[in-house]
Every structure is written in C-alpha cells, then in structure tokens.
Design a protein around this ligand. Structure first.
Ligand code: GLN
Length: 477
C-alpha cells in the first residue's frame, strides 16, 4: 500500500472494491507513520487501539452493505489541543503531560461517525501559541520538505504529517494563522473556516473569540470533504453557527469565470520577494481562468498585529487561569501553602511563551489599562472587520500571501518573539474578522521551499473559497 499517495476517495474506492480492509489499512498506516515519525517528530503519540476499533466498525458497515461514511477508513491525525477521550491530550505543554480527557471533542466524534480512523495526536506550540512549533514542551517538529527548517506553527505537526504522508488529512486549530501558515510552509492545503462554522467543544481554549478548528489535506477536495463532516451547529458550543452547511465537494467544479478578486494594496506593497512573485503568478493563473482582478484597500492592516496580540493575550491570560494544579494538571511537589502550590505549578509547568502572554494579557486587562489597550483593540478589531466588509461589497474573494517568507530555519527567530509575531501579519486580519480563509500551495522558491497563496471570502462563503482554490490547484497539475 502506498500510504502517502492515498486520498479520501481512493481509500473509499479501494475499501468498496475490497482491495484491502479498513483494519489492514489502519495497521499499515500506523506502522508506516511509526517508522517515518522520527524524521519530523510530528506525532506526539499514536492510538492504535482506537484506530483499529474505528477501522473494524468501518469493515463491519461495509460487510453489512451499509454506507461506511464520507471518511471511511481514512487515516487522520489530530492536533494535540483537541481532546480525545482516553488518549493523551497535552496541548504541547508539560503541565498536561499524560492528561487523559474524559470526553471527545465534537469534531472528533463527527470524524469517527463518518468512518475516519484517528491514528494519533500531533505536536504543536504550547497551547497553540507560536508560529514555528518551537514552543512545544516536547521538542520542535522538522519540516518534511526541508528538515533544517520549521514546519510553521502552531499546528506544525498536523501540517507535517500530511506533507510527509503519514496521514491523509489532519485537524488543526487556528487563532491567528496556525492552520494557514504551517500549510503554506509545508506545501499542503490548510483551511480556517468561518468563526462558529465548526464547534469548538473540546478544543482547548487559547483565545476563545478567535479559535477555530479546521482541516489540512493534500488537495482542496479532501479539505472540503473534511470540513463538510465537522461543520455545523453543535448544542455543546453556543457560539457554533446555526447556518446550513452546503455540500462543499459537490460545488467544487463550478466555473470561476467572472469572479472578482481583490488584491490588498497594503499586503503587496512591501512584498518584493520570491514569495510575492509566486503569489502574483497565482493571481495571473486565476485571471487566465476568467477572474477579474482589482486592487482593494484594507487600511486598518497596520494595526492588526498590535490588535491581535492584545486581544489574544487578554483572552489567553483568562483561559490559562484554569491550569492551577488543583484539577487536571501536574502539580508542584511539596508546596508549603496554597499560593506556593499555584506559583510552583504554573512556574514549573508553563513555557516561556505562555508566561509572556499571561503577563501581557493580564496587563492589558488590568484596571487603568483596560480602556487604553483592550477596549481600543476591540475597536480596531471592528475596523478590520469593516475593511473586509467593504472589500466584499466590491469583490467575491481576496487573494493574499499567507506569510511574508517561506519556512525559516529552526532556531532562527526563537529568541526574538517580536519578529515571530510580525510574521503573522497576513493571517491575523482574517482571524480577527472571523471570515473563512485558506492556504493553497502556489509553487516553491528556488531553494525548493513551498509557498502558499491565501484566499479569503465573506462569512460562511467557504464554497466560493474552495471553488477558487480547486480551480487554481488544477492549473498547477
Ligand atoms: N502565531 C499566532 C500566535 O502565536 C497564531 C497562533 C494560532 O493561530 N494558534 O498567536
């Protein structure tokens, strides 16, 4: 079995034609992933019992002549910030090493109900805070395309397994770019759906008003299929949207002729680089398919980094307060007082980036600074959302870079948090606006490093985003 070349539909066809069973595939995929994993460190753990049990259910359904589900037998990896009952969920943090959640996230339950086979959990920046996967307590991930480079972050492990071929698709989470940027760095498709499109029930909270679950895949079609499975209202998450979920895969093939694309002036003005050239080449390819391209303006872009790093850290400081050593985390040994216990547990457990964000977030929320920072940032967030609303009055989609540069070297930015934050400039705007956005591979630099093109559409219009990405993808092959 050639595991790295599998797609969702090739797995389904082979299962129905009885070329192999789901159990055979799961066993092969697990041993392949276990052998390949040391090259990247992308998986933190495997869950063979759970994978084989899921595969057995698929085989049973097939033998009874039932529909085995949209993701029947598909080997899937899951970022370790999404809880899985009885399977360790560490969030890349020493605090949660060995933590066994008592329930499944809704996205996990939906994946398995559709026949998906979860192989294991993937490495990530601690509590999804980072852009390089170097903030994981369990070591960095190597980019499968260039092992001396980062895979991006925070969902670096999920991007890497899909690029490496050790899973067909994967789930990640995106708060300010953590799906799109690693997808871009590893040369795979990564999708951040509309805020509320996918239930956050069971997604460990980082910045709740920005957190999303979304898929990684090697094709737009596979990403669209996974999103179709996990999307939709969930009574367990009151912020999940009660909006109909279209059949994304069925709408992929429509024409893109006449669609209006906006190129944000503010994003391209400083981008005189190979990345910029590749994005423009992508835009020309879409133009050749009949899209109309026009320049647009997103004037609040200059304030986006400051706005994001105030709102995200404020929410994070509140969300991370629960890791206090009383409930599910590890606990410091022999504290003299309750205060010592809190201090010791959090001091020993959190890594440097989490501590930095807790301090920043607590500061911007404190009395006297709340209005100057947090409230101001909320106003700027409204301006950014307004920029996009104005843009979508003129165009059907916005096309942009994902990152100012391709994958950087391991260690290159780790001691310079500000440089790391600045690299998020093109992804955080879409996150702050809550609109759907994705990265689709658009070629490689002279050094062979992948570059992703970002496509953004209006709220709940993932279908147009997928149609454009799919049409573009087919100009590449
Ligand atoms: N790189 C951004 C950050 O560090 C985004 C992270 C994310 O989307 N989870 O906050």
């Amino acid at each position: 079995m050639d595991i790295p070349s599998l797609t969702i539909s090739s797995v389904r066809e082979s299962l129905l034609a009885r070329h192999f069973s789901a159990v055979e595939l799961a066993a092969d995929a697990l041993s392949f992933a276990e052998v390949e994993n040391p090259k990247t460190g992308a998986y933190l753990c495997f869950c063979p019992e759970r994978a084989l049990a899921a595969a057995r259910r698929v085989d049973d359904r097939i033998s009874r002549g039932e529909d085995p589900g949209l993701l029947a037998g598909v080997p899937i990896a899951v970022k370790d910030v999404i809880v899985t009952q009885g399977v360790t969920t560490t969030c890349g943090s020493r605090l949660l090493a060995g933590y066994l959640p008592p329930y499944d996230a809704t996205a996990i339950a939906r994946i398995e109900a559709a026949g998906g086979v979860i192989l294991g959990k993937t490495n990530c920046d601690e509590f999804a805070m980072g852009s390089s996967n170097e903030n994981s307590a369990f070591g960095p991930v190597r980019n499968p395309v260039a092992p001396d480079r980062v895979p991006g972050g925070s969902s670096g492990g999920s991007a890497a397994v899909v690029a490496q071929g050790t899973a067909v698709v994967a789930l990640g989470s995106d708060t300010g770019g953590s799906i799109r940027q690693p997808a871009s760095f590893c040369g795979v498709v990564g999708v951040t759906p509309t805020y509320g499109r996918v239930s956050r029930y069971g997604l460990t909270a980082f910045a709740s008003s920005l957190d999303h679950i979304g898929p990684f895949a090697r094709s737009v079609k596979d990403a669209a299929t996974v999103l179709g499975v996990i999307a939709g209202r969930d009574p367990c998450d009151s912020t999940s949207a009660d909006a109909p979920v279209p059949d994304y895969s069925a709408q992929l093939h429509g024409s893109v002729k006449g669609l209006k694309l906006g190129l944000p002036r503010e994003y391209l003005k400083d981008l005189n680089s190979e990345t910029g050239d590749l994005i423009l080449r992508g835009v020309y390819a879409l133009k050749a398919l009949g899209c109309e391209v026009r320049e647009i303006s997103l004037p609040a872009t200059d304030y986006a980094i400051a706005c994001y790093y105030i709102i995200a850290t404020a929410e994070a400081s509140s969300n991370l307060a629960r890791y206090d050593g009383v409930r599910y985390t590890s606990r410091t040994a022999h504290p003299a007082t309750l205060a010592d216990m809190y201090r010791g547990t959090r001091g020993e457990g959190f890594g440097a980036e989490c501590k930095r964000r807790i301090m920043l977030g607590t500061y911007v929320l404190s009395h006297g600074y709340y209005d100057a920072y947090y409230l101001k940032a909320q106003k700027v967030r409204a301006l950014i959302a307004c920029d996009f609303a104005n843009a979508f009055a003129q165009v059907d989609a916005v096309v942009a870079p994902v990152s100012p540069f391709p994958a950087f070297k391991l260690g290159e930015k780790v001691d310079d948090p500000l440089a790391m934050y600045l690299s998020d400039i093109y992804t955080i705007t879409g996150s702050l606006a809550g609109i759907p956005c994705m990265s689709v591979p658009c070629g490689t630099t002279a050094e062979g490093l992948p570059v992703g093109m970002q496509i953004l559409t209006k709220h709940f219009d993932e279908a147009t985003m997928f149609r454009l990405a799919h049409a573009y993808e087919h100009t590449q092959s």
